[in-house]
Ligand binder design. Structure first.
Ligand code: PMP
Length: 366
């Protein structure tokens, strides 16, 4: 197959070509079953095998401990903003660390269901988010049922390179982590986490699948108003098949998990992510033309927002990028500028092509 353009979308995002080719080859007839995956009953032996394999592969990739459920749900990250407090808060206290738009949304939504309070924020006077608040300064309430944070803020490009150890801060609250935009790009320290959730459409597969990994003891405490299809206990008891799961999305996610295992797993993804991010941030910092305002210690390895000195340059930059096969580089509408999302499926060559285009553009317009 000829080289496809490099797609820098923040999500839904690029998938490995190998995965798309395999899906295409199996579209009409999965493994001689005479059915495409979209046409199978979710309760048939074929799809049950697909779902079990996907779950086992994800457990292996992220070393998810046996006392954690892996749930395949729907509704995306934003639905989890309600589903988590419905399940974990008991209508009582929950603390939030706000470091960008996504954790801000989580905090706001949770207020509908519980006593949500801000433990820390990184919002500057001008509304920007460019640092991470030091965990030692967080206001952790003893009675909080959990503490929520977003470990990679997709819009602002801020990443917790290490999750806080709440126990060392004197808190027994489980950590709830929205890892939607960097799941599977590095290991998760499960000793620090009670629940991690992620929409699949960035680093895993198609939109429509939401992955929830939750410690067993946190399940079974949902508020009575919690919809049954969103009660983690019900979902877990039915092996994520209480209602019809997003079957095709689970299948594609499973193919991505197998691709990741063939590549060398999460450790290899992290090595590549570091390499790609260093290349891109290095080029931005050295240019004297492009800029990224996030403090170096918390720059995202997945989402790199960057800016130019003159607003009028964005349209020609984006036009020239498309002409060179560099797609979807427009920044999020709330912050403007440019953004390159360089998830697992983005090869190093894609980042190299972007950097050489940036150099060429600067030579003409800088
Ligand atoms: N959390 C994060 C970190 C995200 O990046 C996104 C999507 N950009 C969401 C939550 C919301 O996900 P969804 O649109 O699937 O509800």
């Amino acid at each position: 197959m000829k080289q496809r353009p490099y797609n820098f979308s923040a999500g839904p995002a690029a998938l490995p070509a190998e995965v798309l080719e395999q899906a295409a080859a199996e579209m009409l007839d999965w493994h001689g079953s005479g059915m495409g995956v979209m046409e199978m009953s979710h309760r048939g032996k074929e799809f049950i095998a697909i779902a079990h394999q996907a779950e086992a592969d994800l457990r292996r990739l992220l070393a998810v401990p046996p006392n954690f459920h892996i749930l395949f749900m729907q509704g995306g990250g934003l639905a989890e903003n309600a589903i988590v407090p419905l399940n974990l808060s008991g209508g009582a206290a929950a603390d939030f660390v706000v470091t960008g738009s996504w954790s801000q949304k989580s905090f706001k939504e949770a207020k509908k269901y519980c006593d949500a309070q801000l433990a820390a924020a990184n919002t500057a006077a001008d509304g920007s988010h460019t640092t991470l608040p030091d965990p030692a300064t967080w206001r952790l309430r003893r009675e909080a049922r959990y503490l929520h944070l977003c470990s990679n803020e997709t819009i602002h490009g801020i990443e917790f390179h290490e999750l806080p150890d709440l126990k060392s801060l004197g808190s027994d609250a489980p950590l709830v982590v929205d890892c939607s935009s960097h799941i599977l790009s590095r290991a998760i320290d499960w000793s620090r986490v009670g629940l991690a959730f992620a929409g699949a459409q960035k680093n895993i597969g198609p939109a429509g699948l939401t992955i929830v990994m939750v410690r067993e003891d946190l399940v079974g405490h949902a508020l009575p108003v919690c919809p049954s299809a969103f009660d983690y206990k019900t979902v877990a008891e039915h092996g994520s098949m209480f209602n019809t799961p997003p079957t095709y999305a689970i299948y594609i996610a499973g193919l991505v998990f197998q691709w990741l295992l063939r590549q060398g797993g999460v450790a290899e993804m992290e090595r590549r992510a570091v390499q790609k991010a260093e290349l891109l941030y290095g080029a931005i910092d050295a240019s004297g033309f492009y800029s990224n305002k996030v403090e170096r210690s918390c720059r995202s390895r997945m989402n790199v927002p960057f800016f130019m000195p003159d607003e009028r340059l964005y349209a020609p930059f984006l036009e020239g990028a498309v002409a060179r096969g560099l797609l979807q580089l427009k920044g999020h509408k709330s912050v403007g500028g440019l953004r390159a999302s360089i998830y697992n499926a983005m090869p190093l060559e894609g980042v190299q092509a972007l950097v050489s285009y940036m150099t060429e553009f600067q030579a003409r317009h800088g």
